[in-house]
Each structure stands twice: as C-alpha cells, then as structure tokens.
Design a protein around this ligand. Structure first.
Ligand SMILES: NC(=O)c1ccc[n+]([C@@H]2O[C@H](COP(=O)([O-])OP(=O)(O)OC[C@H]3O[C@@H](n4cnc5c(N)ncnc54)[C@H](O)[C@@H]3O)[C@@H](O)[C@H]2O)c1
Length: 236
C-alpha cells in the first residue's frame, strides 16, 4: 500500500549524463522507498528542453507505480514550487584547459539563482544535495541564498572522495572497508582536496597507529587526490 501524500523531488541538469542514471532510481522508488509516490520535477536549460522531453517519455514508459507525475521545465519557480527534495546536478562541466576557479565563476552564479528559487518556493523543510562541481562550494552558495531554510538541510556530494580515502586505508591495512570509520575529506573535489585521518579508526585502532606518516603523506594523500585522473589514464 502506498503511504498517503505525494513527495515532490526536483532534479536540475535533468538532460545530462548523471541525471540519466539518477532519475530512473528516484522514479523507481530506490530513493524514497517502494511505498512513496513521487512527483518528479526536472529542470534544464531552454535549449535542452527537447532532450528533456525524451527523458520524460522514457520515464513514462517505465510505468513505475511510484511515479505520480513527471514535469519537465526550464523555469526555476515551476521546478522548485513546494518541493521536498532537491538534487542539484545542473552545472557546467569543466572544459579543456579550464581551472576550478573558472568553473566556479560560471557555476557559482547558477547556485545563487537556485538558492533563491529554493528559498522562495520550496517546502520549508526541503532537503538539498548538491552534486554539480565544485559541489561543496556550490552548496555553500546555495545554502547562503536559501536564507530561510535551515543550513542542516543542505549537503554536498563528496562521498566519492570519502570512499576513495576509506578504500585506500582498507587496502593498506588488509581489512574490509567496513572496518574503516570516521574518514573526513576537506576542500573541493580537485587535486587540492585533503583526506583527513586524524580521527579515523581501522578495526577500532587509531588509523595513525596502523599506517605510518611517510605512507600517509607520500602515498595516501596524493593517491586519493589524483585518483580520478589515474583511473581515466588506466582505462584509456
Ligand atoms: N559530486 C559528485 O560526486 C559528482 C559526480 C559526478 C558528476 N558530478 C558533477 O555533476 C555535474 C553534472 O555532470 P554531468 O556529467 O551530468 O554533466 P552534463 O554536462 O552531462 O549535464 C549537465 C546538465 O546540466 C545542465 N545545466 C547547465 N546549467 C544549468 C542550469 N543553470 N540550470 C539547469 N540545468 C543546467 C546542462 O544543460 C546539462 O544538461 C558536473 O558538474 C559534474 O562535475 C559530481
């Protein structure tokens, strides 16, 4: 039986690569469970509306019982009106030769407008996750402009950096990753990101008593920072 009430979920950048995998999971119930009906609102730029209609057609064709309605739009107010959950994926990807700073100049502006639209339209306890990079800085901008919504309702998806750090520690200690706890990452998803093991434990012991400083500074930190580039190079 479905729980009463429909939850509204907004996804920005809905015509892009990441959203293509994400939308299906939200619509199928993998996000809010099989008993929760969902109204999905998908935003992208005006010139992406044809592509977005294709995504809408595919979602209709899935015939998910969890999916009450699919609204596609290029209008911020329509996208965020009464929304309960926001996935902010829409942003400009980094082009050849672009630095993080250039990316931030373009993408920062997007998150000013989106933050204001959330503030003006969304449910007062709306939860937001920022995916578009640099995710944590964009999240800070968004939360700042959504000034009437509690800051604790905003988070940035930096899980990949966290997971990379936890996995390297597990490999080094020859243990399962579930035994690695309290890994922190600081900074943007970029080569300056800093994996922090100050409070980390491995099998209940302080990580720094399990791994030595030389390995931490000369291997662990650069490997985690440069992992994305290393994978692209290896898979070419
Ligand atoms: N945080 C993470 O772990 C993580 C993981 C993967 C990707 N990303 C980031 O997610 C973002 C999207 O990646 P992608 O591969 O889907 O890129 P993409 O280029 O395929 O898709 C981005 C979409 O956003 C749209 N868009 C751009 N500006 C917009 C705006 N102002 N409003 C609404 N939509 C807008 C584009 O038209 C495009 O359809 C990138 O910034 C990427 O770096 C983050």
């Amino acid at each position: 039986a479905f729980s009463s009430g429909v939850k509204t979920v907004t996804v920005t950048g809905g015509a892009g690569q990441i959203s293509y995998s994400l939308l299906l999971r939200i619509a199928s119930g993998a996000f809010l469970g099989p008993d929760q009906r969902i109204r999905l609102k998908i935003l992208d730029l005006p010139f992406m509306q044809d592509s977005l209609k294709g995504v809408q057609m595919e979602l209709h064709d899935c015939a998910f019982e969890t999916l009450d309605e699919v609204i596609v739009t290029d209008d911020l107010t329509t996208a965020f009106k009464d929304t309960d959950y926001c996935f902010l994926v829409g942003s400009k990807p980094r082009g050849p030769g672009m630095e993080r700073g250039d990316l931030l100049k373009d993408n920062g502006k997007i998150f000013v407008g989106v933050g204001q639209a959330i503030n003006d339209n969304a449910s007062r306890d709306c939860k937001t996750i920022v995916v578009g990079n640099p995710a944590n800085t964009n999240c800070l901008i968004c939360a700042h402009y959504a000034k009437d919504i509690a800051k604790k309702n905003f988070t940035a998806m930096t899980r990949l950096d966290h997971n990379r750090a936890a996995a390297q520690l597990a490999l080094k200690a020859n243990t399962n990753v579930s035994n690695v706890k309290k890994v922190a990452v600081w900074g943007n998803h970029s080569p300056t990101m800093f994996p922090d093991i100050k409070n980390t434990t491995i099998n209940g012991k302080a990580a720094r008593s399990v791994v030595d400083t030389k390995w931490e500074t000369e291997h662990f930190i650069p490997v985690v920072q440069q992992r994305g580039a290393a994978i692209i190079k290896a898979r070419k």
